[in-house]
Write a protein that binds this ligand. Structure first.
Ligand SMILES: [Zn+2]
Ligand SMILES: [Zn+2]
Length: 273
């Protein structure tokens, strides 16, 4: 699959946006706003691409940067924080005192996205009758100032010496139901997380045991085989506990199916008889 160069797209959009601002023409401010919005989108999709292995394919269609960022925050609560990456050689299990800074990353955070993305969007449409009658008149100076501010934020993100640092330990397991490899990040500071197979939807809970060890628990319920004198227990996936699911018991050979049932409701008075 081709990898899109969103950082380059962001750089080009920023460049075009700056050129529009430099004309000094208030009528061209909306084009600057459009380019800066596209730069913000490109930077967000760049983050999305870095987390691709952990995102269900249907989510690739999500395009609103704020929604993308919220989705990424669910995977890693640190995703919208910048960081400094340092490295050093560990000597026989003792962390070194000589850490070398590799680089610093500035990211486009959720707060900046919230603040600026929609505000710019408001200038990309013809004002409605209500806005013209009731809203404040168009203030080109204000929009220009906002555009300059956003351009500076984007510039800073783009000039990070390292980028798309995604830390956390990875857990990997072939799905017990369909065999597809499931990859899941365990963000720093979290011990228990939920995981789901993208292919078949099988649910799991992963527990971080430390030292690179993870415990995967398939979310299954044990159902006792209803056949008399059969002790078999059948594991049924939690997402399959619904009418229509059936199985053949590995011990007695009988086939059972989950159905919707109706039974007589017992009240307390009949219970105590
Ligand atoms: Zn699966
Ligand atoms: Zn059985």
């Amino acid at each position: 699959m081709t990898k899109a160069n969103f950082r380059q797209e962001a750089r080009l959009a920023l460049h075009r946006g700056r050129a529009e601002l430099e004309t000094g023409d208030d009528q061209r401010l909306k084009y600057a706003a459009l380019e800066l919005r596209m730069a913000m989108e490109a930077l967000t999709y760049d983050r999305l691409q870095a987390f691709k292995a952990e995102i269900p394919p249907k989510e690739y269609e999500t395009w609103q940067p704020r929604k993308v960022m919220l989705m990424l925050l669910e995977i890693d609560p640190n995703v919208d924080k910048g960081c400094t990456l340092s490295m050093g050689r560990e000597e026989y299990g003792v962390p070194t005192k000589h850490m070398k800074v590799v680089g610093t990353e500035d990211v486009l955070d959720l707060a900046s996205l919230k603040k600026h993305y929609d505000a710019l969007g408001a200038h990309l449409h013809m004002p409605t009758l209500k806005q013209i009658e009731q809203g404040p008149p168009f203030d080109p100076q204000r929009l220009r100032a906002r555009c300059e501010k956003i351009a500076a934020v984007i510039e800073k993100v783009l000039s990070s010496s390292v980028f798309n640092i995604t830390l956390g330990s990875f857990a990997e397991l072939p799905c017990q139901r369909c065999g597809t490899t499931i990859r899941k990040r365990i963000p720093v500071g979290l011990k228990v997380i939920k995981a789901k197979c993208f292919e078949c939807g099988a649910p799991y809970v992963i527990t971080d045991k430390g030292a690179g060890q993870t415990l995967w628990k398939a979310l299954q319920e044990k159902i006792h085989c209803p056949t008399d004198n059969c002790d078999a227990k059948i594991g049924v996936w939690r997402d399959e506990i619904k009418p229509g699911t059936w199985w053949t018991c590995h011990e007695c050979g009988e086939t059972y199916e989950i159905t919707l049932g109706v039974k007589k409701h017992k009240t307390d008075s009949t219970d105590s008889s």
